[in-house]
Write a protein that binds this ligand. Sequence first.
Ligand SMILES: Nc1ncnc2c1ncn2[C@@H]1O[C@H](COP(=O)(O)OP(=O)(O)OP(=O)(O)O)[C@@H](O)[C@H]1O
Length: 482
Amino acid sequence: MINFSHTDVHVIIVDDEQSELDAYSFLLQSMGVKHIKTVKDSRNLMGLLESISNAIVFLDLNMPHKSGQEVLADMRELYPGIPVIICTANSDITMAVKCLKLGAHDYLLKPINMNSFGSALRNALEIQSLRNEVMSLKGIPRGDHLKFPDFFSRIITCDSVMQGIFHYIESIAASGQPVLVMGETGAGKELIARAVHDVSQVPGPFVAVDVSGLDDTLFADTLFGHEKGAYTGAATHRSGLLERADNGTIFLDEIGDLSRVSQIKLLRLLQEGIYYPLGCDEPRQCRARIITAANRELNRSMGQDHGFRMDLYYRLSTHLIRIPPLRERREDISLLVDHLIHEAANSMGKEITAVDQELLPLLKAHPFPGNVRELKTYIYDAVAQCNTSELTAHAVKDRLSQSGAGSLITMDQSASLASLFGHFPTLSELTEYAVDKALDLTEYNQTQAATLLGISKQALSKRLQKRKKACRSTRGDNVNHC
Ligand SMILES: Nc1ncnc2c1ncn2[C@@H]1O[C@H](COP(=O)(O)OP(=O)(O)OP(=O)(O)O)[C@@H](O)[C@H]1O
């Protein structure tokens, strides 16, 4: 039987027959649904939805005062993200088509059995989650304001994809399902995980652990804990982090580094919702939400013996958040610089009232492989070295010239572009220059070079092949000189 005890979605049944409301409530309860609301007078539905952020509606068609069709039309207008499932005794196919055209998610014929009720609800939950994910990935503004802007105040951004992620977090926070946060190192994965925890307003704490350094035994011991005497050296009882995160959130960072054996342990935990502390036969219920983070695509190595398990990936990524790297949201750099200068100056008891005009263009030209963490390091270092009220660009310049990745085009270079090329370069010359520089910096690693250039590996390889061809035809031979 399908079980919905993991979800915090509100299921609302709208029907003018009390007996139907009772029967459906009973069905939903028996499937573990925690929040069930019944509405006998369809005119009251819109008022109820104002106070609920995460809902799915089962809607009767034939009702006095306001018909199901009228309610459906209003919902499409005011709450397009809430799935509506029509429940009716009307088997007329034209009516079904009409409702689906009006935006109904599904159409169930009464009497409704538990299986079709359960599958309709499960599909609606999946569609709702996918829709939210797509909106967040595309950075589509939903036209509405964030309900809990304060919970995102630590994340400095003006980027539309990031705003989409905030909306996505608000819509999935209550589901209690696992969340996978993907993003390069330093891009803010832990901050995002904390935001999910804060918005969900669960009573328990947020507990973070980096699993990359844990071998299989240590992973089990850290998460599940152990009883006294469970193994040699286990002198006392140790409660695991799952117990500490009870009714809260456990954040497992660097999940891509988890060994195959530990992956199986985690999969079991997700499937069964229980765990056994080492040396204990009594199962413990896991009531912590599991959020994981990875800085590489887990599904790339899926299917390989040493790679990430596909079944675990799909479990962990019920909700998936991809944070764009800082170089794809350069507008954020100026906001972050202001914020970080202020934060750093405050923490060091300094007062910075002016900033060198060279600083921002310098930073905006940098690819930031270490993302916000890298930027933070430069700013804190510069503020620490600053002895006047004006922050100069010198300290940052030094750091950038030392950094392995380096800027593709630094301020000094941009000032002397003409001398570099012997003339002021054309755009295509600059592009070729950037490609060469990226390949140099990455020791001809095309994947890394493509990332630096902000293009796909395929696009880079096409460009290089084109260049080779052009080179051959100008030389008129088949020798690979280029
Ligand atoms: N948008 C942001 N606004 C303000 N600070 C940020 C932002 N993004 C990241 N930071 C800061 O950058 C640092 C790195 O962030 P965080 O630890 O969340 O990154 P991460 O992706 O989890 O890194 P890692 O992959 O190394 O674990 C932290 O100090 C965090 O506060």
